[in-house]
Design a protein around this ligand. Structure first.
Ligand code: GTP
Length: 390
């Protein structure tokens, strides 16, 4: 049976909810969406920063001096705002909220320009090129609403933006010419049609962005983050926790004697063990943490705002819950290296991971089935690693 989800190209209620609101979006999707919004604002802001003031020369040539001078002031202010937006979106790494704020500012500039220019235009009786220039100002509301289609916005965000921008545009259209009601209704109808098309395009962009991000960021076998996506997240978590002077712990986990599992029980069973371990790891961490499949049978767990003592509790939970069980009932163990940003005094996320990797190596060398912590203490699995019997 046909459902509303199909209309938007999604298959479930959860996927549809992600188009309505960004509340449940995963961090990696938030990050990609803010990057996409910023990267689309940047070229427009840069072009408009130049074009808007330069276009004022035409005003100066063809429009009455009083009107063109007032336009020039507005154009210079707008150009300055666009320049600032270009700088912010290019030079600074901004989150979704700031990217959306930049978008609001960018679209408010032409909307307010239209509001302020309407009374000036009304007063002038113009012909020829001047008349064409004045009519071009009348197109600003349509351009603003149509440009929403370029950005991946959820339904909630789109609704708020279109209410403000569409509302102001309708007021502007009314103020520009309220004498011809039929024409006014036609203009508003056109505005609504453009709004509807923009909304559909905007939601489709969110859908596409989510599906591509999920495809590129999650490992097909374990459904954990891929190394590439995990590194991106680690970089931003390292920066954020550093700025907040907060702790950041990392666990580097390598399943013990995995080769012998593969060799004895076959590759399919090996894959099944990896899936079990990934699921167990995902179930042992909080929502703000992240689990990455670093490579083959290696996993990295990111624990932001977590000191080494709290990370030990996570390790104990992982060990108690178990990673995976072999067909003979034996539990699979792992060697784990723990590192913590402040305690290990690491200057970069790479150093932090290297530090955890060194401790993982120590754990392997000293008998496996254990975690080595930054203070040198060990947390051990309940049972040793002895798969030879399987
Ligand atoms: N089934 C399966 N095996 C994999 C996958 N990726 C890597 N492997 C295997 O994992 C094994 C890793 O073995 P080693 O690196 O020698 O380490 P180990 O046997 O776990 O020994 P220790 O780490 O020293 O305890 C290799 O045999 C790889 O072929 C995968 O996606 N599926």
């Amino acid at each position: 049976m046909f459902s509303i989800y199909q209309l938007f190209g999604v298959n479930s209620k959860e996927q549809f909810a992600d188009l309505i609101s960004a509340k449940e979006h995963q961090d990696i999707i938030r990050q990609h969406r803010s990057e996409l919004i910023s990267s689309r604002i940047y070229p427009f802001a840069l072009v408009f920063a130049v074009l808007v003031p330069v276009w004022g020369i035409l005003d100066l040539i063809f429009l009455p001096a009083e009107v063109s001078m007032q336009f020039m002031v507005m154009r210079l202010i707008s150009g300055g705002i666009f320049l600032a937006l270009a700088f912010v979106t290019k030079k600074l790494k901004i989150g979704t909220k700031r990217a959306l704020t930049c978008l609001v500012v960018m679209l408010m500039v032409p909307t307010l320009f239209y509001q302020f220019s309407t009374p000036l235009i009304e007063k002038s009786e113009l012909t020829g090129i001047a008349d064409i220039l004045i009519h071009l100002y009348g197109l600003l509301p349509y351009v603003v609403i149509a440009s929403l289609a370029l950005f991946p916005l959820t339904l909630k965000e789109f609704s708020v933006l279109s209410l403000v921008l569409g509302g102001l545009s309708c007021v502007g259209l009314y103020r520009a010419d309220s004498s011809d009601i039929t024409m006014l209704l036609v203009q508003m109808w056109l505005l609504m049609v453009i709004l509807g098309v923009s909304m559909f395009s905007s939601l489709q962009q969110v859908r596409y962005l989510i599906s591509q991000t999920v495809k590129a960021s999650y490992d097909g076998l374990t459904k954990l983050l891929t190394r590439r996506a995990g590194m991106d997240i680690m970089e931003s978590l390292f920066r954020a926790t550093g700025l907040q002077h907060s702790n950041f712990s990392v666990l580097f986990i390598d399943l013990d004697k995995f080769k012998s599992i593969n060799d004895t029980l076959g590759h399919d069973m090996g894959d099944d063990i990896l899936k079990q371990a990934a699921k167990a790891l995902g179930n042992s961490i909080r929502r703000g943490d992240a689990a990455i499949r670093w490579g083959g049978e290696e996993f990295v767990i990111l624990l932001p705002h977590t000191d080494a003592d709290a990370a030990k509790i996570v390790v104990q939970r992982i060990m108690e819950n178990g990673l995976a069980t072999l067909p003979n009932g034996k539990r699979v163990t792992a060697s784990i290296g723990m590192a913590e940003q402040a305690e290990d005094d690491t200057a970069s996320w790479k150093e932090l991971v290297e530090c955890a990797d060194r401790r993982l190596y120590e754990a392997k060398q000293s008998g496996r089935a254990k975690c080595i912590c930054p203070d040198g203490t060990e947390v051990k699995f309940l049972e040793p690693c002895d798969y030879q019997i399987c």
